[in-house]
Design a protein around this ligand. Structure first.
Ligand code: 13P
Length: 336
């Protein structure tokens, strides 16, 4: 597990999250007029993972259960990745359900039978896992019950993964939805992470053999506030320093619905600020894939353009983790 952690956190590299559930990928395909079938999902994920330059800036790819069993030619997708030096990972949670009596709050399910599923995922080639919890923010939310339910599930997931020699990526996502301020996001994220590490300690999760995946500290999507990148970086680093033990080897950021360019610019500001005891990197889904999916649109003829769009975003984020990104290398997006 230590060598997997080290390889995932290799300098100048980050993770590609390509683990959208059937429902989520369906919505994203539909918005672009792409039919959502097992075949189209396979073709799309095959396009992403066979991008020739992928291993230059991507150390691991988080896959969905279906993809882990699909093939490119005769080879299983996890084997295609491992052969190119990219570590295959797997999302193991089963999505969220509404918490009873707590309107607007959710808990992530998937612990039942997880020990058996993990053994199978190891056999299929996965070497790391991901579990995502979501925390909604408002003046009243989150409730203590919602935080506890989610962080306890994350701790049990992590302990089970380490038992199976799989590195857990532990993801409590504080959602951007709402009109809250950056300060409120910071307060909630600090509370959630502190609570998470209490539970990880109770479950004796080895901090050295995990990776934390979290959001940046940002104003809510509908907030009138616009925070400059340096303010996001300061708030994010202050929050993490107050709540994440330095024994944790790495923290990777999700993009959470930010534009691709904004996510890269803020990642760059965070990494350039430095003075962090952990390796900082990215584990973006939409901020890496949006342009590639829009360029692809379900057509084999568009694969080179789509792979070029992915190459460009991985290169920008590879520079950002070194604090060396400049918006001057940006170009028109297929979504513009
Ligand atoms: P986004 O970067 O699109 O938020 O996705 C990351 C992820 O893996 C969410 O679980």
């Amino acid at each position: 597990m230590r060598s997997t952690v080290e390889a995932l956190l290799a300098p100048g590299k980050g993770l590609l999250a390509a683990d959208e559930s059937l429902k989520t990928i369906g919505k994203r395909f539909e918005a672009l007029g792409i039919a959502c079938t097992e075949e189209s999902r396979r073709n799309y994920r095959a396009m992403l993972i066979t991008t020739p330059t992928l291993p230059e800036h991507i150390s691991g790819v988080i896959l969905y259960d279906e993809t882990l069993r699909q093939k490119v030619g005769d080879a299983l997708i996890p084997d295609v990745l491992s052969r190119s030096g990219v570590i295959p990972g797997i999302k193991v949670d089963k999505g969220t359900v509404a918490l009873p009596s707590l309107p607007g709050e959710k808990v992530t399910e998937g612990l039942d039978g997880l020990r058996e599923r993990l053994a199978e995922y190891w056999r299929l080639g996965a070497r790391f896992t991901k579990w995502r919890a979501v925390i909604a923010v408002s003046a009243q939310l989150p409730s203590r019950a919602c935080i506890d339910a989610n962080t306890q599930a994350l701790a049990r997931f992590a302990a089970l993964c380490q038992e199976a020699s799989l590195v857990p990526i532990i993801e409590p996502e504080v959602l951007m939805d709402g009109n809250h301020t950056l300060q409120r996001c910071e307060e909630v994220t600090t509370r959630v992470l502190s609570n998470l590490f209490d539970h990880l300690s109770e479950y004796q999760v080895s901090l050295e053999k995990m990776i934390l995946k979290t959001g940046m500290v940002l104003p809510g999507r509908d907030s009138p506030d616009t925070a400059p990148d340096w303010e996001v970086a300061e708030g994010t680093l202050r929050c993490l320093r107050r709540s994440v033990p330095s024994a944790v080897p790495g923290i990777v950021f999700l993009s959470g619905g930010q534009s691709s360019v904004a996510a890269t610019a803020r990642l760059n500001a965070i990494c350039a600020m430095g003075r962090a005891p952990w390796t900082l990197s990215f584990s973006f889904g939409r901020a890496l894939q949006n342009d590639a999916m829009a360029a692809w649109r379900g057509l084999a003829a568009n694969v080179p353009a789509a792979q070029d769009a992915l190459r460009h975003r991985t290169e920008c984020n590879g520079l950002a983790v070194q604090g060396k990104y400049s918006s001057q290398i940006e170009r028109a997006s297929p979504l513009d």
